[in-house]
Design a protein around this ligand. Structure first.
Ligand code: COA
Length: 378
């Protein structure tokens, strides 16, 4: 069920985050959503009065912040999301000779990560591009990114729900460990606003857009201050609690082509209940296998889906509530950026740890999939 690997010999030498500058606050999001709710209820007033239809309920900023810790989200486009007639972002299709939008976001983040690593695009010989949702099937976005960076070598796309980023870093680390690559980039462009059902009260507030990239190199040539990858762990157990049935077969059944299951949907409460013990046990087992006590870990860069969930997982591991720096949160600013969250938390909160400090990056989400990396600052 669970696989572990010692990847000693590799290090994360740089990281970079990029996000669109456009922001939607909880208040703005709810205002537009509630206009739509009132219009729908007015349009179906007779059925609601007859008891044959349930009225839609309004969404509140207070609930969102309390239930998730989210205050705002970065988005590719506000105009379409906040238009109660549309409630879908406006993202124009691009011609084939232009960089695809997810590739563009990946390049922005990768350039930042390469700068921190002291490398250039031409040094890159391996790209793993991973995201919960990929905008196309082929050519692989990773190849487009490798080309745009000016690198040469091999590249692949992969998707593993909210564990896409940790698995990409693991694959990049393994490629370097095997001598297949010397400057690998794991990059995660999460364009989440394209797959949210903005008309679903239970989930319209969850996600935000962002891209994150990490550079992995042999530890022998890694710059001081980089993070050695001590070991990795991953686990998969099938679950439909979080699902998105969007795909190339959708048009083959026109009657169901645009049903809500062709976008992100979840059993949120069940996810919460299942994932907290599972993730705590998974991380605990990873640390035990490495002979490390949870209290010896200076920082947990946890998947960023819900602040209450992260608090509980860290509490189970530490036996007490974590401090803000032991398990930092980026949810207030970024919302849930699907698989990018734990890597963004790493990128934002890794400069201050002293040499020798241990940190653990972990993700948990759709699949169900879990992934973790035990790191030591050099
Ligand atoms: N605005 C106002 N109230 C809302 C609301 C909204 N947008 N959405 C739900 N509510 C209400 C519900 O109607 C319910 O009230 P009721 O009991 O009177 O009907 C109450 O709030 C609680 O609803 P519930 O769905 O149980 O909320 P929750 O506390 O479980 O929080 C999530 C919802 C999604 C934030 C939470 O379950 C979660 O984060 N789960 C994990 C999700 C996750 O990690 N997914 C992975 C994605 S990568």
């Amino acid at each position: 069920m669970s696989t572990a690997g010692s990847t000693t010999g590799t290090a994360i030498t740089g990281s970079g985050v990029w996000h669109p500058e456009t922001v939607i606050s909880n208040a703005e999001l709810c205002e537009a959503f509630n206009v739509w709710v009132r219009r729908e209820n007015a349009a179906h007033a007779a059925e609601i009065a007859a008891g044959t239809r349930e009225p839609l309920r309004e969404s509140t900023p207070e609930f969102i912040e309390k239930a998730s810790g989210i205050k705002q989200r970065y988005v590719a486009d506000r105009s379409g999301i906040l238009d109660p007639e549309r409630m879908i972002p406006n993202i124009p299709d691009r011609p084939d000779d232009q960089l695809a939008i997810q590739a563009e976001w990946a390049v922005h983040a990768a350039r930042r990560a390469l700068t921190q690593a002291g490398r250039e695009g031409k040094d890159v010989d391996y790209v793993v591009l991973a995201a919960s949702n990929l905008q196309r099937l082929y050519p692989a976005l990773a190849i487009e990114v490798l080309d745009a960076l000016g690198g040469a070598g091999s590249a692949l796309d992969m998707a593993l729900g909210c564990s896409s980023a940790t698995m990409a870093i693991t694959l990049a680390s393994e490629a370097v460990q095997l001598g297949k690559a010397r400057c690998a980039v794991a990059v995660t462009p999460e364009l989440t606003t394209g797959f949210i059902n903005w008309r679903d009260r239970d989930s319209h507030f969850i996600f935000g857009d962002a891209a994150v990239a990490l550079v992995v190199e042999p530890v022998a040539s890694a710059r001081p201050g980089s993070y050695e990858v001590l070991s990795t762990r991953s686990m998969a157990r099938f679950s439909s609690n979080i699902r998105n049935n969007g795909g190339f077969l959708n048009r083959c059944d026109p009657a169901r082509q645009f049903d809500a299951d062709k976008l992100f949907y979840q059993q949120g409460r069940r996810v919460f209940k299942d994932v907290v013990p599972l993730a705590a046990r998974f991380i605990g087992e990873h640390l035990a296998a490495a002979g490390v006590a949870a209290t010896d870990v200076a920082r947990f860069w946890l998947h960023q889906a819900n602040s209450n969930m992260n608090d509980l997982i860290a509490q189970r591991l530490l036996g007490r509530r974590p401090t803000a720096l032991e398990a930092p949160l980026i949810l207030e600013e970024f919302a849930n950026t699907a698989s990018a969250g734990s890597a963004i938390a790493f990128s934002k909160y890794s400069d201050d740890l002293p040499a020798g400090a241990l940190g653990l990056m972990a993700s948990f989400g759709a699949g169900c999939s879990l992934g973790s990396l035990l790191l030591r600052r050099r």
